[in-house]
Design a protein around this ligand. Structure first.
Ligand code: 2BA
Length: 109
């Protein structure tokens, strides 16, 4: 058995949910926050059989858009206070960030 962990942008998560449900996949969603942008995203936890993994990744990819966002980058030390001007940098976010893990044991009690 496998666990697919997929970080999806907030704007895409409903479409991904609907598409997964339509195909009968079971999943849990967790509200999460990106470490760089500090913006909300959604993490899907999908327990499944090995044979389904590629299909799941395909569904997630088909409904996750790549977007460009500006992020303010601060230097690591801000000294003296008041002299630091953050410089906006463009980053590409998404489609989705996907991890596939082996599940050692799965129980529903
Ligand atoms: P954030 O951390 O907010 O990152 C947003 C985007 O900023 C990333 O898009 C990437 O293009 C850029 N970025 C983030 N950290 C970077 C770094 N150290 N160097 C260069 N660019 C960086 P995505 O790669 O599409 O990631 C979207 C979200 O997926 C991330 O939001 C984070 O929540 C999650 N994620 C991505 N990679 C991850 C990882 N290795 N482990 C855990 N979560 C991850």
């Amino acid at each position: 058995m496998k666990l697919v962990i997929a970080v999806v942008q907030d704007k895409d998560h409903r479409k991904v949910m609907d598409a997964l449900l339509e195909r009968g996949y079971q999943f849990t969603i967790v509200a999460s926050t990106g470490g760089l942008l500090r913006e909300g995203n959604v993490t899907f936890l999908i327990g499944t059989e090995k044979e389904q993994v590629d299909g799941i990744i395909e569904v997630i990819g088909a409904h996750s858009k790549t977007r460009e966002q500006l992020v303010n980058v601060f230097p690591p030390t801000i000294e003296p206070i008041g002299t630091c001007i953050p410089s906006p940098v463009k980053v590409q976010v998404g489609g989705a960030t996907v991890f596939v893990l082996n599940v050692e044991r799965f129980e529903k009690l």
